[in-house]
Design a protein. Sequence first.
Length: 393
Amino acid sequence: MAEKRGIGAAALRGRRVLVRVDFNVPQDAAGQVADDRRIQEAMPTLNHLRTSGARTILLAHLGRPDGKRDPRFSLKPVARRLSSILGQPVPLADDIVGIHAIEMSTRVQNGQFLMLENLRFHPGEESNDPNFAAQLARLGEVFVEDAFGVVHRAHASTVGVPKHLPSVAGFLVEREVRELSRLVTNPDRPYVVLLGGAKVADKLPLLESFCGRADAVLLGGALAFPFLAARGVSLGATKVEAGLEASVEAFLRRAAAAGTSIVLPTDLVVERPGAATPEAFKIDAIPPDALCRDIGPATCAEFREALAISKTVFWNGPLGMAEDPRFAVGTREVLAAMASVPGYHVAAGGDSARVARDLGVIGGFQFVSTGGGAALEFVQGLELPGLAVLPDA
Protein backbone atom coordinates (compact mmCIF):
# COMPACT_ATOMS: atom_id res chain seq x y z
CA MET A 1 0.00 0.00 0.00
CA ALA A 2 1.21 3.51 -0.80
CA GLU A 3 2.45 5.63 2.09
CA LYS A 4 0.03 8.27 3.28
CA ARG A 5 0.67 11.96 3.76
CA GLY A 6 1.89 12.25 7.33
CA ILE A 7 1.40 14.63 10.22
CA GLY A 8 5.06 15.65 10.14
CA ALA A 9 4.49 17.78 7.06
CA ALA A 10 1.27 19.45 8.25
CA ALA A 11 1.02 23.08 9.41
CA LEU A 12 -0.49 22.83 12.88
CA ARG A 13 0.29 25.90 15.00
CA GLY A 14 -2.84 27.72 16.10
CA ARG A 15 -5.10 25.43 14.08
CA ARG A 16 -7.98 23.37 15.44
CA VAL A 17 -6.99 19.77 14.68
CA LEU A 18 -9.48 16.91 14.85
CA VAL A 19 -7.69 13.69 15.75
CA ARG A 20 -9.37 10.30 15.52
CA VAL A 21 -7.79 8.13 18.21
CA ASP A 22 -8.49 4.56 19.27
CA PHE A 23 -9.12 4.83 23.01
CA ASN A 24 -11.49 1.86 23.16
CA VAL A 25 -9.70 0.58 26.25
CA PRO A 26 -10.71 -2.13 28.73
CA GLN A 27 -12.14 -1.02 32.07
CA ASP A 28 -12.16 -2.66 35.48
CA ALA A 29 -15.17 -3.34 37.69
CA ALA A 30 -15.01 0.21 39.05
CA GLY A 31 -15.19 1.67 35.55
CA GLN A 32 -11.57 2.81 35.47
CA VAL A 33 -9.08 2.22 32.65
CA ALA A 34 -7.58 -1.24 33.19
CA ASP A 35 -5.05 -1.16 30.34
CA ASP A 36 -3.86 2.12 28.80
CA ARG A 37 -1.74 0.63 26.00
CA ARG A 38 -3.87 2.20 23.27
CA ILE A 39 -3.56 5.61 24.92
CA GLN A 40 0.20 5.21 25.22
CA GLU A 41 0.45 4.23 21.55
CA ALA A 42 -1.10 7.58 20.59
CA MET A 43 1.37 9.63 22.63
CA PRO A 44 3.90 10.31 19.83
CA THR A 45 1.16 11.96 17.79
CA LEU A 46 -0.34 13.81 20.76
CA ASN A 47 3.03 15.09 21.96
CA HIS A 48 3.83 16.31 18.44
CA LEU A 49 0.53 18.18 18.33
CA ARG A 50 1.21 19.75 21.71
CA THR A 51 4.75 20.90 20.88
CA SER A 52 3.58 22.14 17.48
CA GLY A 53 1.04 24.42 19.13
CA ALA A 54 -2.05 22.72 17.72
CA ARG A 55 -5.47 23.12 19.30
CA THR A 56 -6.31 19.43 19.50
CA ILE A 57 -9.83 18.00 19.60
CA LEU A 58 -9.91 14.24 20.19
CA LEU A 59 -12.52 11.96 18.62
CA ALA A 60 -12.90 8.49 20.14
CA HIS A 61 -15.35 5.72 20.91
CA LEU A 62 -15.74 3.25 23.75
CA GLY A 63 -17.69 0.00 23.66
CA ARG A 64 -20.94 -0.55 21.81
CA PRO A 65 -23.62 1.88 23.06
CA ASP A 66 -25.52 1.41 19.77
CA GLY A 67 -26.10 5.08 18.99
CA LYS A 68 -27.54 5.93 22.40
CA ARG A 69 -26.12 7.82 25.36
CA ASP A 70 -25.12 5.27 28.00
CA PRO A 71 -23.14 6.37 31.08
CA ARG A 72 -21.40 2.97 31.18
CA PHE A 73 -19.56 3.94 28.01
CA SER A 74 -18.67 7.53 28.86
CA LEU A 75 -15.13 8.61 28.02
CA LYS A 76 -14.73 10.31 31.42
CA PRO A 77 -12.31 7.65 32.76
CA VAL A 78 -10.31 7.84 29.52
CA ALA A 79 -10.04 11.63 29.73
CA ARG A 80 -8.82 11.33 33.32
CA ARG A 81 -6.15 8.78 32.41
CA LEU A 82 -5.02 10.82 29.41
CA SER A 83 -4.80 13.95 31.59
CA SER A 84 -2.52 12.04 33.95
CA ILE A 85 -0.28 10.78 31.15
CA LEU A 86 -0.01 14.18 29.47
CA GLY A 87 0.45 16.02 32.75
CA GLN A 88 -2.19 18.58 31.81
CA PRO A 89 -5.99 18.68 31.91
CA VAL A 90 -7.98 17.21 29.05
CA PRO A 91 -11.56 18.48 29.42
CA LEU A 92 -14.38 16.26 28.18
CA ALA A 93 -17.27 17.84 26.30
CA ASP A 94 -20.48 16.16 27.40
CA ASP A 95 -21.74 16.02 23.83
CA ILE A 96 -20.26 15.52 20.36
CA VAL A 97 -21.62 18.09 17.93
CA GLY A 98 -23.96 20.05 20.21
CA ILE A 99 -23.61 23.59 21.48
CA HIS A 100 -21.40 22.55 24.41
CA ALA A 101 -18.90 20.84 22.09
CA ILE A 102 -18.91 23.86 19.75
CA GLU A 103 -18.30 26.33 22.59
CA MET A 104 -15.54 24.25 24.18
CA SER A 105 -13.79 23.70 20.84
CA THR A 106 -13.53 27.45 20.31
CA ARG A 107 -11.85 27.89 23.71
CA VAL A 108 -9.02 25.38 23.14
CA GLN A 109 -5.68 27.20 23.11
CA ASN A 110 -2.38 26.34 21.42
CA GLY A 111 -0.92 23.17 22.92
CA GLN A 112 -4.17 22.26 24.68
CA PHE A 113 -6.56 19.33 24.25
CA LEU A 114 -10.29 18.71 24.30
CA MET A 115 -11.98 15.31 24.11
CA LEU A 116 -15.50 14.92 22.76
CA GLU A 117 -17.84 12.40 24.34
CA ASN A 118 -18.18 8.90 22.87
CA LEU A 119 -18.74 9.15 19.11
CA ARG A 120 -20.95 6.08 19.21
CA PHE A 121 -23.47 7.87 21.40
CA HIS A 122 -24.61 9.39 18.08
CA PRO A 123 -26.32 7.04 15.57
CA GLY A 124 -24.67 8.95 12.72
CA GLU A 125 -21.19 7.66 13.58
CA GLU A 126 -21.56 3.99 12.63
CA SER A 127 -24.06 4.73 9.85
CA ASN A 128 -21.58 7.22 8.32
CA ASP A 129 -24.25 9.89 8.21
CA PRO A 130 -22.95 12.70 5.97
CA ASN A 131 -24.66 15.39 8.04
CA PHE A 132 -23.04 14.13 11.24
CA ALA A 133 -19.65 14.00 9.49
CA ALA A 134 -20.10 17.58 8.28
CA GLN A 135 -21.00 18.73 11.80
CA LEU A 136 -17.88 17.07 13.19
CA ALA A 137 -15.71 18.61 10.48
CA ARG A 138 -16.92 22.11 11.34
CA LEU A 139 -15.21 21.77 14.72
CA GLY A 140 -11.74 21.66 13.14
CA GLU A 141 -9.49 22.87 10.35
CA VAL A 142 -7.29 19.78 9.90
CA PHE A 143 -8.00 16.07 10.37
CA VAL A 144 -5.48 13.51 11.66
CA GLU A 145 -6.24 9.79 11.41
CA ASP A 146 -4.40 8.00 14.22
CA ALA A 147 -6.88 5.23 15.07
CA PHE A 148 -5.58 2.30 13.05
CA GLY A 149 -7.94 -0.03 14.92
CA VAL A 150 -10.98 1.47 13.16
CA VAL A 151 -9.69 2.31 9.66
CA HIS A 152 -11.43 -0.79 8.32
CA ARG A 153 -14.77 0.77 9.30
CA ALA A 154 -16.56 3.20 6.98
CA HIS A 155 -17.78 5.42 9.81
CA ALA A 156 -18.40 9.15 9.89
CA SER A 157 -15.22 9.88 11.84
CA THR A 158 -13.01 7.70 9.62
CA VAL A 159 -14.25 8.39 6.09
CA GLY A 160 -16.79 11.19 6.39
CA VAL A 161 -14.72 13.89 8.12
CA PRO A 162 -11.67 13.55 5.80
CA LYS A 163 -13.89 14.50 2.87
CA HIS A 164 -14.35 17.96 4.41
CA LEU A 165 -10.88 18.75 5.79
CA PRO A 166 -7.20 18.56 4.80
CA SER A 167 -6.25 15.14 6.19
CA VAL A 168 -3.07 13.35 7.22
CA ALA A 169 -2.03 10.14 8.94
CA GLY A 170 -0.77 10.30 12.52
CA PHE A 171 2.48 8.65 13.56
CA LEU A 172 0.69 5.51 14.77
CA VAL A 173 -1.12 4.95 11.47
CA GLU A 174 2.05 5.73 9.52
CA ARG A 175 3.92 3.08 11.47
CA GLU A 176 1.16 0.48 11.11
CA VAL A 177 1.07 0.94 7.34
CA ARG A 178 4.86 0.83 7.08
CA GLU A 179 5.31 -2.27 9.24
CA LEU A 180 2.34 -4.32 8.02
CA SER A 181 3.26 -3.56 4.41
CA ARG A 182 6.34 -5.70 4.98
CA LEU A 183 4.02 -8.71 5.21
CA VAL A 184 2.17 -7.84 2.02
CA THR A 185 4.91 -6.65 -0.33
CA ASN A 186 7.84 -9.04 -0.89
CA PRO A 187 8.24 -10.46 2.63
CA ASP A 188 11.58 -12.07 3.41
CA ARG A 189 11.27 -15.83 3.00
CA PRO A 190 10.59 -18.34 4.33
CA TYR A 191 7.38 -16.59 5.41
CA VAL A 192 5.56 -18.58 8.12
CA VAL A 193 2.05 -17.77 9.37
CA LEU A 194 1.01 -18.98 12.82
CA LEU A 195 -2.75 -18.90 13.41
CA GLY A 196 -4.88 -19.96 16.35
CA GLY A 197 -8.07 -18.91 18.03
CA ALA A 198 -11.45 -20.00 16.76
CA LYS A 199 -14.18 -19.14 14.22
CA VAL A 200 -12.86 -20.78 11.08
CA ALA A 201 -15.74 -19.37 9.05
CA ASP A 202 -14.57 -15.84 9.90
CA LYS A 203 -10.91 -16.60 9.24
CA LEU A 204 -11.21 -18.51 5.97
CA PRO A 205 -10.73 -15.35 3.86
CA LEU A 206 -7.57 -14.61 5.85
CA LEU A 207 -6.35 -18.18 5.41
CA GLU A 208 -7.06 -18.12 1.70
CA SER A 209 -5.11 -14.88 1.30
CA PHE A 210 -1.94 -16.72 2.36
CA CYS A 211 -2.17 -19.30 -0.45
CA GLY A 212 0.89 -18.70 -2.59
CA ARG A 213 2.00 -15.77 -0.39
CA ALA A 214 3.16 -17.69 2.69
CA ASP A 215 5.48 -20.67 2.57
CA ALA A 216 3.78 -22.39 5.50
CA VAL A 217 0.69 -21.87 7.65
CA LEU A 218 0.74 -23.49 11.11
CA LEU A 219 -2.72 -24.00 12.61
CA GLY A 220 -3.56 -24.44 16.29
CA GLY A 221 -6.39 -23.81 18.72
CA ALA A 222 -9.99 -24.48 17.76
CA LEU A 223 -9.08 -23.15 14.32
CA ALA A 224 -7.38 -26.46 13.59
CA PHE A 225 -10.31 -28.68 14.58
CA PRO A 226 -12.36 -28.52 11.33
CA PHE A 227 -9.17 -29.21 9.35
CA LEU A 228 -8.37 -32.25 11.47
CA ALA A 229 -11.97 -33.44 11.23
CA ALA A 230 -11.82 -33.06 7.43
CA ARG A 231 -8.90 -35.52 7.48
CA GLY A 232 -10.94 -38.05 9.44
CA VAL A 233 -9.60 -37.28 12.92
CA SER A 234 -11.99 -37.95 15.79
CA LEU A 235 -11.65 -35.25 18.45
CA GLY A 236 -13.61 -37.00 21.19
CA ALA A 237 -16.19 -34.78 22.89
CA THR A 238 -14.65 -31.59 21.50
CA LYS A 239 -17.04 -29.21 19.79
CA VAL A 240 -16.06 -28.74 16.15
CA GLU A 241 -17.37 -25.87 14.04
CA ALA A 242 -19.87 -27.52 11.69
CA GLY A 243 -20.79 -27.00 8.05
CA LEU A 244 -17.28 -26.20 6.87
CA GLU A 245 -16.26 -29.48 5.29
CA ALA A 246 -16.48 -28.31 1.67
CA SER A 247 -14.81 -24.97 2.41
CA VAL A 248 -11.96 -26.62 4.31
CA GLU A 249 -11.35 -29.17 1.57
CA ALA A 250 -11.39 -26.43 -1.09
CA PHE A 251 -8.89 -24.38 0.90
CA LEU A 252 -6.54 -27.33 1.39
CA ARG A 253 -6.59 -28.04 -2.36
CA ARG A 254 -5.94 -24.36 -3.14
CA ALA A 255 -3.04 -24.20 -0.69
CA ALA A 256 -1.48 -27.34 -2.11
CA ALA A 257 -1.78 -26.03 -5.68
CA ALA A 258 -0.19 -22.73 -4.61
CA GLY A 259 2.74 -24.41 -2.85
CA THR A 260 1.75 -23.28 0.65
CA SER A 261 2.25 -25.96 3.29
CA ILE A 262 -0.54 -26.34 5.86
CA VAL A 263 0.80 -27.78 9.12
CA LEU A 264 -1.76 -29.25 11.52
CA PRO A 265 -1.31 -30.59 15.08
CA THR A 266 -0.12 -34.18 15.40
CA ASP A 267 -0.97 -34.37 19.11
CA LEU A 268 -3.26 -32.46 21.45
CA VAL A 269 -3.51 -31.82 25.18
CA VAL A 270 -6.96 -32.81 26.44
CA GLU A 271 -9.15 -32.40 29.48
CA ARG A 272 -11.11 -35.48 30.63
CA PRO A 273 -13.86 -35.86 33.25
CA GLY A 274 -12.37 -37.07 36.52
CA ALA A 275 -8.77 -36.68 35.39
CA ALA A 276 -6.61 -34.69 37.81
CA THR A 277 -4.24 -33.33 35.17
CA PRO A 278 -4.36 -32.75 31.42
CA GLU A 279 -2.87 -35.40 29.14
CA ALA A 280 -1.43 -35.35 25.62
CA PHE A 281 -2.62 -37.81 22.97
CA LYS A 282 -1.70 -38.40 19.37
CA ILE A 283 -4.51 -37.21 17.11
CA ASP A 284 -5.34 -40.79 16.08
CA ALA A 285 -5.89 -41.80 19.71
CA ILE A 286 -8.04 -39.05 21.24
CA PRO A 287 -10.33 -40.65 23.89
CA PRO A 288 -14.07 -40.34 23.21
CA ASP A 289 -14.69 -38.30 26.39
CA ALA A 290 -11.82 -35.88 25.77
CA LEU A 291 -12.05 -32.12 25.29
CA CYS A 292 -9.10 -30.87 23.21
CA ARG A 293 -7.56 -27.78 24.85
CA ASP A 294 -4.02 -27.19 23.56
CA ILE A 295 -1.43 -28.37 21.08
CA GLY A 296 0.73 -31.20 22.39
CA PRO A 297 4.52 -31.43 22.89
CA ALA A 298 5.17 -33.09 19.53
CA THR A 299 3.25 -30.34 17.73
CA CYS A 300 5.15 -27.70 19.71
CA ALA A 301 8.40 -29.20 18.49
CA GLU A 302 7.19 -29.30 14.87
CA PHE A 303 6.00 -25.69 15.01
CA ARG A 304 9.29 -24.55 16.57
CA GLU A 305 11.19 -26.37 13.84
CA ALA A 306 9.20 -24.59 11.13
CA LEU A 307 9.71 -21.22 12.80
CA ALA A 308 13.46 -21.82 13.27
CA ILE A 309 14.11 -21.47 9.52
CA SER A 310 11.71 -18.58 8.98
CA LYS A 311 12.65 -15.03 8.05
CA THR A 312 9.15 -13.53 8.44
CA VAL A 313 6.42 -14.60 10.89
CA PHE A 314 2.85 -13.39 11.30
CA TRP A 315 0.96 -14.57 14.39
CA ASN A 316 -2.71 -14.22 15.28
CA GLY A 317 -4.58 -16.09 17.98
CA PRO A 318 -3.58 -18.47 20.81
CA LEU A 319 -2.83 -22.11 20.01
CA GLY A 320 -4.94 -23.37 22.89
CA MET A 321 -7.18 -22.17 25.74
CA ALA A 322 -4.41 -19.83 26.87
CA GLU A 323 -6.62 -18.08 29.45
CA ASP A 324 -6.22 -21.28 31.52
CA PRO A 325 -2.59 -21.79 32.62
CA ARG A 326 -2.95 -25.55 32.13
CA PHE A 327 -3.57 -24.99 28.44
CA ALA A 328 -1.25 -22.05 27.74
CA VAL A 329 1.90 -24.16 27.43
CA GLY A 330 1.74 -24.63 23.67
CA THR A 331 1.25 -20.94 22.91
CA ARG A 332 3.95 -19.90 25.38
CA GLU A 333 6.55 -22.42 24.17
CA VAL A 334 6.05 -21.73 20.48
CA LEU A 335 6.07 -17.94 20.83
CA ALA A 336 9.02 -18.01 23.24
CA ALA A 337 11.05 -19.91 20.65
CA MET A 338 10.75 -16.97 18.23
CA ALA A 339 12.83 -14.74 20.50
CA SER A 340 15.97 -16.60 19.38
CA VAL A 341 15.04 -16.71 15.68
CA PRO A 342 16.40 -13.84 13.55
CA GLY A 343 13.80 -12.20 11.34
CA TYR A 344 10.75 -10.00 11.33
CA HIS A 345 7.93 -11.14 13.63
CA VAL A 346 4.50 -9.48 13.80
CA ALA A 347 1.64 -10.07 16.23
CA ALA A 348 -1.81 -8.75 15.38
CA GLY A 349 -5.49 -9.16 15.94
CA GLY A 350 -7.92 -9.11 18.84
CA ASP A 351 -6.40 -10.18 22.14
CA SER A 352 -3.16 -11.55 20.70
CA ALA A 353 -1.01 -8.78 22.17
CA ARG A 354 -2.60 -9.26 25.60
CA VAL A 355 -2.01 -13.02 25.45
CA ALA A 356 1.65 -12.52 24.49
CA ARG A 357 2.15 -10.04 27.32
CA ASP A 358 0.38 -12.24 29.87
CA LEU A 359 2.57 -15.19 28.87
CA GLY A 360 5.75 -13.10 28.96
CA VAL A 361 6.66 -13.69 25.30
CA ILE A 362 6.00 -10.27 23.77
CA GLY A 363 9.76 -9.78 23.36
CA GLY A 364 9.82 -12.20 20.45
CA PHE A 365 8.04 -9.70 18.19
CA GLN A 366 9.52 -6.79 16.30
CA PHE A 367 6.07 -5.26 15.83
CA VAL A 368 2.76 -5.63 17.67
CA SER A 369 -0.14 -4.09 15.79
CA THR A 370 -2.77 -2.04 17.62
CA GLY A 371 -5.37 -3.22 15.14
CA GLY A 372 -7.63 -6.24 15.38
CA GLY A 373 -9.84 -6.56 12.32
CA ALA A 374 -8.00 -3.70 10.62
CA ALA A 375 -4.65 -5.50 10.82
CA LEU A 376 -6.11 -8.78 9.57
CA GLU A 377 -7.80 -7.07 6.61
CA PHE A 378 -4.62 -5.14 5.81
CA VAL A 379 -2.56 -8.34 5.81
CA GLN A 380 -5.13 -9.91 3.48
CA GLY A 381 -4.40 -7.09 1.04
CA LEU A 382 -7.86 -5.52 1.31
CA GLU A 383 -8.46 -1.81 0.87
CA LEU A 384 -9.30 -0.17 4.19
CA PRO A 385 -11.74 2.74 3.76
CA GLY A 386 -10.18 4.87 6.51
CA LEU A 387 -6.81 4.69 4.75
CA ALA A 388 -8.12 4.94 1.20
CA VAL A 389 -9.65 8.35 1.96
CA LEU A 390 -6.28 9.79 3.06
CA PRO A 391 -4.05 11.39 0.39
CA ASP A 392 -0.89 9.53 -0.61
CA ALA A 393 2.47 10.94 0.38
